[in-house]
Design a protein around this ligand. Structure first.
Ligand code: IMP
Length: 189
């Protein structure tokens, strides 16, 4: 390993990583609460969790283990046009769902809502597929950044508008495996 890789492997020595915004313990606690809420709200039904790749994979994995109901999974991957950090609202579906949503209780699991444009587009697209219900569980909501206000049934944490990484969130595919959410202070494209 060279020096740069060494630093990146240790969050406290990587100069691009700033303060912890949500700790591992807080994530664990809040994900358990959300799982409990979802269990209560969906009792008697089999929700279909729709994860938005790649950012939501870790949250979805942990959340689903806190839902004490039969659940099913599907995934979608989207790429948004715009810079690496600012979404334009024009979204391309890179990987579509495998399952038919007709009559299903769909719960979209999203990593972070910034402008809200990506989610807004997705919800319109999914609503057109005639689910019985369509709700969103977003881990993070950036305070005051929304250009549109997609309906969010469940929100993990409201955070300041800094760019953050970890727990599934990346910069150029790095840092997704950090166990906590941290401010990213390095260069952004
Ligand atoms: P929106 O369309 O502006 O709400 O952007 C949502 C998408 O942008 C998220 O699903 C993420 O993929 C990405 N994103 C927005 N803010 C951040 C951040 O702070 N860190 C990592 N990805 C982010």
């Amino acid at each position: 390993m060279d020096g740069a890789d060494d630093a990146a492997a240790d969050p406290d020595r990587d100069p691009a990583l700033g303060e912890v915004v949500v700790s591992e313990a807080d994530l664990r606690g809040r994900v358990a609460e959300l799982g409990k809420e979802i269990t209560g709200d969906y009792r008697g039904r089999t929700p279909l969790l729709v994860g938005v790749l790649k950012g939501a994979f870790m949250f979805m994995s942990d959340l689903s283990r806190q839902v004490e109901l039969p659940v099913e999974f599907d995934f979608m991957a989207v790429s948004s046009y715009g810079s690496a950090t600012k979404t334009s609202g024009v979204v391309r579906i890179v990987k579509d769902l495998d399952l038919d949503l007709t009559g299903r209780h769909v719960l979209v699991v999203e990593d972070i809502v910034d402008s809200g444009l990506t989610l807004n587009y997705l919800l319109k697209n999914l609503q057109a597929r005639n689910p019985a219900s369509l709700e969103v569980c977003a881990l993070l909501l950036k305070e005051g950044q929304q250009k549109v206000e997609p309906p969010l049934r469940y929100v993990g944490f409201t955070i300041p508008s800094d760019f953050v990484v970890g727990y599934g969130l990346d910069v150029a595919e790095r840092y997704r495996n950090l166990p906590e959410i941290r401010i990213y202070e390095g260069a952004l494209a």
